[in-house]
Design a protein around this ligand. Sequence first.
Ligand SMILES: NC(=O)c1ccc[n+]([C@@H]2O[C@H](COP(=O)([O-])OP(=O)(O)OC[C@H]3O[C@@H](n4cnc5c(N)ncnc54)[C@H](O)[C@@H]3O)[C@@H](O)[C@H]2O)c1
Ligand SMILES: O=CCCC(=O)O
Length: 506
Amino acid sequence: MSKTQDLSALLSDADLFRSQGYINGKWVGATDGATFPLTNPATGAKLADMPHMPRGQVAEAIDAAKAALPAWSALTAYQRSAYLLKLHGLMEQHVQDLGTILCVENGKPLTEAKGEIAYGASFLQWNAAEGLRTYGQTIPSPFPGTRNMVIKQPIGVCGLITPWNFPNAMITRKMAPALAAGCTVVIKAPAETPLSALAMAVLCERVGIPAGVVNVVCMDKGDREAAAGLELCENPKVSKISFTGSTPVGRLLMQQSSSTLKKLSFELGGNAAFIIFDDADLETAVNGVIASKFRAAGQTCVCANRIFVHSKVYTQFANLLAEKVKAFKVGDGMTEGVTIGPLVNQRGVEKVERHVKDAVSKGAKILVGGERFTPSSASNSGSEAKETCFFQPTVIIDVDPSSYVASEETFGPLAPLFKFETDEEVIQRANSTEVGLAAYFFTKDLGRSNRVAEALEVGMVGVNTGVIAQACIPFGGVKQSGFGREGGPGGINEFQIEKLITIGGI
Ligand SMILES: NC(=O)c1ccc[n+]([C@@H]2O[C@H](COP(=O)([O-])OP(=O)(O)OC[C@H]3O[C@@H](n4cnc5c(N)ncnc54)[C@H](O)[C@@H]3O)[C@@H](O)[C@H]2O)c1
Ligand SMILES: O=CCCC(=O)O
């Protein structure tokens, strides 16, 4: 039986809950009136009927962004910075409501959702400052009477395609540098979590960001989503695509963008190795695994996916981890004390289940969890276990290297423990994947720390920590995890062009 949930009743500022798209400063439904249902993954309850926008409306949003570009890019960096700081302030002020919206549409527990809002806001603060420092260069010329200057300019209209696992922070991570640089944007919100994107559009409107500078389109997965992707990639008015999502969709977007040769930055899938050497502080390492593996119920691109533990400490480490995972409280993220929520949809549950079954069929043993279930805090859905979006936080040991989980990103709360003997062996196994986003290791040996960090084929390494994400770091991968960096000192460059001005006859 399908139920509905009145989300606005949970908000102190119900105006933040919008179920229309935002194009050229106007709140609009799909031109043909089409909608799709948005549900709470914890309960299955319907939250809203969202606009299922056709390709023509994406083109309209691009037109609006193109029209708004000259005035927005002509503002001083200080004026744009002031908008971002006001937006940052509003996010802090509305953290409870923004967190609640995020929690009910994505499933992550409210405390974690509020943490994501703070993380999302940090990209506004960081880029408000970075926008003021987009320095150019003067370059001595070999030609007499000639001067060379290099200036930075906004690249133009940017298409931002963002995923559901960080419904707020993946938007601000792209939108903040784009706006700071003087670009205008069309955000294609993910079908699973459009409300967080639209709540940000409300705040953009409130701080007075002019119509057309920020546009949000939404549609369900499938044909119209593919059409939106095509429009963003093929429309010559769009100069840049920034995408976070899976590697296969990244490949498709790159192919589609070739006809207009857009600048691209892609943050794609990972398969992070998490290595515990025999000299590691095991208590710290267990906490590191928990922070990395179980954040967002295991649905982050930088999640520990393959946990390699030295044979000398394997059993001790496995038992310590199992004890902590047993203590997790799984349930509806709005319930007090819940530490881990549902996966975003049943497709996510099916993938975790497939990885567990496959590993067990190849000899792995389950220490904790291993099954989908419906926790009592989410049982008001009346859903059968087969319809649930919950999977028990799971630890498996003695995992065979041929298991799917060794080569595919699980994107769920499954911690598989592999055994290793030598540094060389574990580095080779860590690198034996086509993706290279993040990796982590724990050791007290300084020499090893430098050697291993340099040998790992990834864009980001955590040493003695499971937490690397911050606005101030260059976030991104190598190999098939994509290219381009978000955040950090260079993040804003992704949204700028360098222009040379050579002056002769001086
Ligand atoms: N790097 C990340 O943070 C991240 C985020 C989400 C998913 N993933 C990976 O993707 C797997 C599957 O999740 P998914 O199906 O949501 O990923 P996906 O790549 O299909 O979707 C990610 C986002 O891309 C958009 N998208 C999908 N197809 C598109 C198209 N043809 N044109 C334009 N936009 C399109 C959607 O907005 C979606 O939210 C996960 O298991 C995980 O491995 C990674
Ligand atoms: O999943 C993608 C982003 C995760 C993060 O910013 O830590």
